[in-house]
Design a protein around this ligand. Structure first.
Ligand code: BEZ
Length: 212
């Protein structure tokens, strides 16, 4: 069965381009995006790993550590990193796990045998500082992921944690947000949302983004 939202992200020890990673220890008190890709020296993967490296400042701002994974070995990752850095004009500033023995892929369900018996699909796990899996999604090998969407997802999760709000369809940072239905006490609402809110329906209450 695949990992479910709210479950603890499995801990592991695996080799990487940054040496041996003990996952929970490495994650520390940060958020993490753990993302797998099918294979080194392939075009879509090259652009994806470059895109993540180029977003370092955005991940840092949100307290997020990225970590990539494929079933190729460390030597291959290191040789491929040179190509990524040259072609995507960046520095690879996060580790790539070398999951040669499929230990991590197995724990996280990153190999989908109907797609490929041996290669990892494009899985993403967003993991919070308590090591809980907060979001997951999977793309096929042929479609590169939108890492701006992953930043948007992290912004939404962090806003929910800090301000008891949810984010509506197509929300972007700075747009109105939704007050979670569990909040009903008028005194708490007044204290949490001093700018007020618009109850379009009793269950659909919009308020300006509280941290803006
Ligand atoms: C790619 O990264 O371009 C790729 C990898 C595996 C299969 C198809 C495409």
């Amino acid at each position: 069965m695949s990992l479910q939202l709210g479950s603890i992200a499995p801990d592991f020890e695996q080799e990487s381009t940054h040496g041996t990673i003990r996952f929970h220890e490495w994650a520390g008190s940060s958020w993490v995006i753990l993302f797998s890709h099918p294979k080194d020296f392939t075009p879509v993967c090259t652009t994806e790993l470059g895109a993540v490296a180029n977003l370092k400042a955005e991940f840092d701002k949100r307290g997020v550590k990225p970590i990539a994974l494929s079933v190729d070995d460390v030597d291959s990752h290191k040789r491929w990193s040179v190509d990524i850095e040259e072609t995507q004009r960046t520095k690879l500033n996060y580790p790539i796990l070398a999951d040669v023995d499929r230990k991590v892929s197995g724990l996280y369900g990153m190999i989908h045998p109907q797609a490929s018996d041996t290669l990892t699909v494009r899985s993403v796990f967003v993991i919070d500082p308590n090591k809980k899996v907060r979001a997951t999604f999977t793309y096929p090998a042929s479609t590169g992921r939108n890492f701006d969407e992953i930043l948007r997802l992290i912004d939404s999760l962090q806003l929910t944690d800090s301000h008891s709000v949810a984010t509506p369809a197509n929300w972007k940072d700075g747009d109105e947000v939704v007050i979670v239905p569990s909040l009903q006490d008028p005194a708490v609402l007044a204290q949490k949302f001093p700018k007020g809110y618009n109850a379009v329906r009793p269950y659909l209450r919009l308020t300006p983004q509280p941290n803006r």
